[in-house]
Design a binder for this molecule. Structure first.
Ligand SMILES: [Mg+2]
Length: 320
């Protein structure tokens, strides 16, 4: 594992939380005109720099992966329910409906299937917004990366586009971390995730769409379209995230997804220092424990087992 890979893996964790926090004040709002794009952390429902449910759910997934690997969906569901019981200020409708059933005693698989059956067309972005810890835990293991990306979605979001969308996001991260250029990484991830054709077409067309035609809604198809557009039409972490969060609407979630992708593409070192210094959140919710960039870096290193990988590399016993 090279230091370059470590920087990219850290960039995924910090980048996702930064995109979430930067988008937070713009959530549910209209697209911001291009001559007035927000480029600084601003307060909204939360103080400036605060991350939201997207990152909180990712932290639950990360801690589940630190405890058990490959992913144990019952363990993950239990951690989601503990978070749900702490009354998060922000929670998606589909997620809330599913976790309420699990809280009342239904097994996760039955709960998620029942909510999907009641809302067969529901394909919201709740599982793609939080899936990045799987890409860190399995940064060198494509089979487990694919399986656990899909499984973490099935725990709450069983629609095929949500399941394949999660695999797609983490495959883009995988290929970027291993040095692919953004457009190449997207193409390889489409091949690996094999999403339903409508989602594939949306992703393939994203980078040629005009800004005005990006609704950036809570639909997984719109979120992935925005994130891919941001990644492929810009040349830096800052510009990718600024362009996407200023689309408004589900700004924090699209911001979290493009932040993870751009973090993988450009690495932690490319994320603006002022954003990194302001970033914070509370985890576990209502615990009073403040998270900042340093904690996210430790988490990323733990998930990727970076220290051990670097030692093994210097011993010459493995190749990145
Ligand atoms: Mg949110």
């Amino acid at each position: 594992m090279s230091t370059d890979i470590v920087d990219r893996l850290r960039g995924v964790a910090v980048g996702a939380a930064i995109g979430d926090a930067l988008g937070m004040p713009l959530e549910f709002g209209p697209a911001i005109p291009t001559d007035r794009l927000g480029r600084t952390m601003q307060p909204g429902r939360l103080p400036a720099g605060a991350f939201t449910d997207d990152t909180e759910m990712a932290l639950a997934l990360a801690e589940s992966l630190l405890a058990r690997r490959p992913l144990d969906p019952a363990d993950l569901a239990g951690r989601f329910v503990a978070w749900f019981r702490a009354r998060p200020p922000d929670i998606g409708r589909h997620t809330r409906l599913t976790l309420k059933r699990v809280y009342r005693g239904e097994p996760w698989a039955a709960a998620a299937a029942a909510v999907q059956a009641e809302n067969p067309e529901s394909a919201s972005n709740g599982s793609v917004m939080r899936c990045w810890p799987v890409a860190l835990a399995h940064w060198d293991d494509l089979d487990h990366l694919l399986a656990d990306s899909r499984l973490q979605s099935l725990v709450t979001h069983q629609h095929p586009e949500c399941v394949a969308g999660s695999a797609f996001v983490n495959l883009v991260i995988y290929h970027l971390v291993h040095g692919a250029a953004p457009r190449e990484a997207v193409g390889q991830a489409l091949d690996g995730a094999d999403p339903p054709s409508a989602l594939r077409q949306a992703i393939e067309a994203a980078s040629s769409k005009p800004r005005a035609e990006l609704p950036n809604s809570g639909w997984v198809r719109h979120t992935l379209e925005s994130a891919v557009w941001g990644l492929l039409t810009t040349g830096s972490f800052e510009e990718a995230v600024v362009q996407v969060v200023n689309l408004g609407n589900d700004a924090d979630t699209a911001g979290a997804v493009v932040g993870a992708l751009a973090g993988a593409a450009y690495g932690l070192g490319a994320i603006p220092a002022a954003w990194r210094a302001t970033l914070h959140g509370e985890w576990p919710l209502r615990s009073g424990v403040r998270w900042d960039e340093a904690r996210l870096i430790v988490l990323a290193d733990s998930l990727a087992d970076s220290a051990r990988q670097i030692v093994r590399l210097s011993d010459g016993r493995t190749n990145p």
